[in-house]
Design a protein around this ligand. Structure first.
Ligand code: AP5
Length: 214
């Protein structure tokens, strides 16, 4: 099974991808996470991507498609893939078709998380993560059980993304509308698009996605 999770910044793609990994043993392929790892490692890709990401613009199609291709090569054919944050442009959608064909895979579902953009700004600007294990938290929706201590690993260090301020978030949303939303009709003509209410509680969203995957 190979699926795309599609939706604007903060729609819950990463949250749902992690839950699908736990439920279905699939692998999350998040180009955002891959790029942030490259920035942290100060690799050549990271050095190119850093300023682009901080402005909320898109990194080049070639870079992200190469990252996805490399991950699929490393995964082997038996593990299902959840594409989180990729494809984001028409060129990436074409590249993904070509990459999947080369790996003997096919796209089974494109799941669009439908959301209210204003609510998303609050979601994104309030989120943070454990600096040690990456567990996600939110100022209002999901705080650690013991203040200042990660529930999962006990670390006291937390981090916020540099592109999670309101101005950049609004720009990322505009980029989504201009560059990413237009790839949906192409998938619709293939009859593989499903829509899920991304404003529902996290568990409800997961149940709806689970129901699509049986
Ligand atoms: P990326 O990391 O992909 O960011 P994004 O698409 O902007 O999405 P987010 O990670 O912000 O949101 P999400 O939908 O995963 O939501 P989450 O689950 O975290 O990309 C970052 C940058 O990298 C891009 O701007 C670009 O520069 C570059 N990039 C990446 N991929 C690229 C590509 N393919 N091409 C070119 N450039 C690329 O949830 C958000 C918060 O809401 C969390 O706190 C969560 O707990 C909470 N939450 C989630 N669901 C719910 C719910 N149902 N109810 C209440 N709270 C919820």
């Amino acid at each position: 099974m190979n699926i795309i999770l599609l939706g604007p910044p903060g729609a819950g793609k990463g949250t749902q991808a992690q839950r699908l990994v736990e439920h279905h043993g699939m692998r999350q392929l998040s180009t955002g996470d891959m790029l942030r790892a490259a920035v942290k490692a100060q690799s050549p890709v990271g050095l190119k991507a850093r300023a682009v990401m901080e402005r909320g613009e898109l990194v080049s199609d070639e870079i992200v498609s190469e990252l996805i291709d490399a991950e699929l090569t490393a995964m082997g054919p038996e593990t299902g893939a959840i594409f989180d944050g990729y494809p984001r442009t028409s060129a990436q959608a074409l590249a993904l078709d070509e990459i999947l064909a080369r790996h003997g895979r096919q796209l089974d579902h494109v799941i669009e998380l439908e959301v209210d953009e204003d609510a998303l700004v609050a979601r994104i600007t309030g989120r943070y993560a454990c600096a040690s294990c990456g567990e996600g938290y939110h100022d209002r929706f999901k705080q650690p059980e013991r203040e200042g201590t990660c529930d999962r690993c006990g670390s006291h260090e937390f981090k916020r993304r540099p592109d999670d301020n309101e101005q950049t978030v609004r720009h990322r949303m505009a980029v989504y509308r201009a560059e990413t939303a237009p790839i949906l009709p192409g998938y619709e003509t293939r009859g593989i698009v499903s829509r899920v209410d991304g404003m529902a509680p996290i568990e409800t969203v997961t149940s709806e996605i689970d129901a699509l995957l049986v």
